[in-house]
Write a protein of this length. Structure first.
Length: 237
């Protein structure tokens, strides 16, 4: 069943994007913990509506990036990708959460992008924003893996952060075709890891060795497996 895209976005915003807390006091407390401003990674996954041509969607998506998103204040980088099953992702990096909020508000009211919104199957859309550990620096990557998860209740975030970093330095960064690994967290405590590769083949070649590595097994064991979500996307742009 198709629903109005703009109404769906409005509902998401009113409820809080992907479980992000809407409590202002909590947000203020989170921000005071940051040593310096961090880039915001906004991740939106969705399917396109039945009957929408993939090539036409990709072309329209590129137009939206060039004519709308890239012109918004605080914009850093936008990427679109699709996986082997035809599931899409749009990743946008912003200078601040306020910039991301402003862009979404303008998107909902701008009639020039309404047709793009109507191409998307609203009920399949999920959105989340994360404060990242480092700046995006993977412009030449053609493939990205995005994994989100919550930690087990008995796993301290500070201790996990050290383990997370060790996964990168002891394994991922040593793999052929590795470009960049970014980690982040949102206000609800959900973690994200985005790994950029030169291409899909290099990513594929690293999957099995990763699952067999002891550091990776320890890393995965600290996650609440019921919350785990992973997508692997060929970038369109």
């Amino acid at each position: 069943m198709k629903i109005n895209f703009i109404l769906f976005i409005t509902l998401l915003m009113s409820l809080g994007i992907s479980s992000c807390s809407s409590n202002d006091d909590h947000k203020e407390n989170q921000e005071t913990k940051m040593d310096a401003p961090k880039q915001i990674m906004e991740v939106t996954s969705f399917n396109i509506n039945e009957g929408v041509d993939a090539t036409n969607f990709a072309n329209r998506d590129a137009q939206v990036e060039a004519n709308f998103t890239s012109k918004q204040p605080g914009f850093i980088k936008r990427q679109s990708g699709v996986d082997d099953k035809g599931n899409y992702v749009v990743v946008v990096f912003w200078e601040s959460l306020a910039n991301a909020d402003s862009s979404m508000s303008h998107f909902m009211s701008d009639t020039s992008v309404a047709d793009y919104g109507q191409m998307i199957d609203g009920p399949t859309m999920k959105m989340a924003r994360y404060s990242m550990d480092k700046a995006f620096d993977a412009a030449n990557s053609q493939f990205v893996e995005i994994m989100s998860f919550n930690l087990k209740p008995d796993m301290p975030a500070e201790k996990f952060a050290k383990l997370n970093h060790k996964v990168e330095t002891a394994f991922t960064a040593k793999r052929d075709g590795f470009v960049q690994r970014l980690t982040g967290i949102n206000e609800a405590g959900t973690q994200v890891v985005a790994v950029y590769w030169e291409n899909k083949e290099k990513s594929d070649a690293s999957l099995q060795p990763f699952m067999e590595a002891e550091i990776a097994k320890k890393f995965m064991d600290k996650m609440d497996q019921t919350s785990l979500s992973m997508g692997r996307y060929q970038l369109l742009n």
